[in-house]
Design a binder for this molecule. Sequence first.
Ligand code: SAH
Ligand code: SF4
Length: 372
Amino acid sequence: MPSPPARPPLTGETLDSLTARLQAQGEPAFRARQILEWVYKRRVTSWDGMTNLSKPLRAWLADTFDLLPATLVLNRHSEDVTDKLLLELRDRSLIETVIIRAPQDGVGLDHSRKTICISTQVGCAMGCVFCASGLAGLKRNLSAGEIVAQLLLVCHSEDARTPRARLELASFDNLVVMGMGEPLANYDALILALTILNAEWGLGFGARRITISTSGLVPKILQLAEEPLAFRLAISLHGATDAVREQIMPINRAYPLAKLLPAVRAFSATHGRMVTLEFILIADVNDSLEQAKLLRAIALDLHAHVNLIPYNTVEGLPWQRPSITRQERFADVLRAARISVTLRREKGHDINAACGQLRLQTETARAAATPA
Ligand code: SAH
Ligand code: SF4
């Protein structure tokens, strides 16, 4: 017997699409707002929690929609203020969502500023040679509902820690789309999800506090510049010449620097905001002073912020991070030109490789536990 079609996630619906479904059911239009308020503001975790809806309506909703298409299977809280949430989707795929806590002013001890890192695909097709997420290729895109569900699950876990967080809009400060997957390769679902997060009937989360990181899909960068919501952009550069970038990022063959850099310039011209250039430092690959000087020229030309990230080793891959002295020397070349540069060292703040590795370990353990 064919299995029944999966119910679409409620978290993928907009106010308009939900209103249309309810009206077709003979319900008044205002029901959609009531339901979305239960989901995003009051953050109930069951249909029965929606106490101002009739029982038959709750039953219809339960038959029609999946309330939350992901389940928390593991929360790895590390002493360095990172929470890694491993989530299981309905098809048993695993994704990671990470909460990074930092002081409000960047230096204190309170750790109350929260940045959430979300995934947009299961795996990744881009094949960057240093990255854990792409090791097994792309399994599938996430739906908009699955992307939104990651943030709701974060809110639920934060609500449990501080119940007061509920009814305030989102219980985090910044959102970075830097988890597993290439966000711009799943463009429509990404934009729909971020629109739901931003909407006043959703989490009401400001577009300016959302950063999308891309390996450099040029046509999609140009499309993103035209979106009505002004998201921030981070580019995974990782090489200041085509020769170096091509060695580690296959996408550079389709979109070399001569195509990528003008697209980034066009994006910042439209937005009037600084773009971030991410540069992982990998020993003997891209950490020479010559690369630093070329990166300096690119950053000056684009008026970009540079985020230097010491490489996080991945089991099974040969790449290493350079020594601290070498990292500092690289950073000094940029600092000397008064470029805005960060070089992160504390583990908890190093979000960039946080996603992807926990999933890899769990997939490996699962494969080992399942008889062939
Ligand atoms: N696919 C997008 C977003 C996800 S990756 C992109 O590539 O931008 C987020 C960031 O983590 C990217 O800059 C990526 O290059 C970096 N990254 C991947 N593996 C890493 C590792 N092992 N150590 C440090 N950074 C890593
Ligand atoms: Fe994909 Fe980004 Fe990893 Fe490259 S770095 S394989 S684009 S997730």
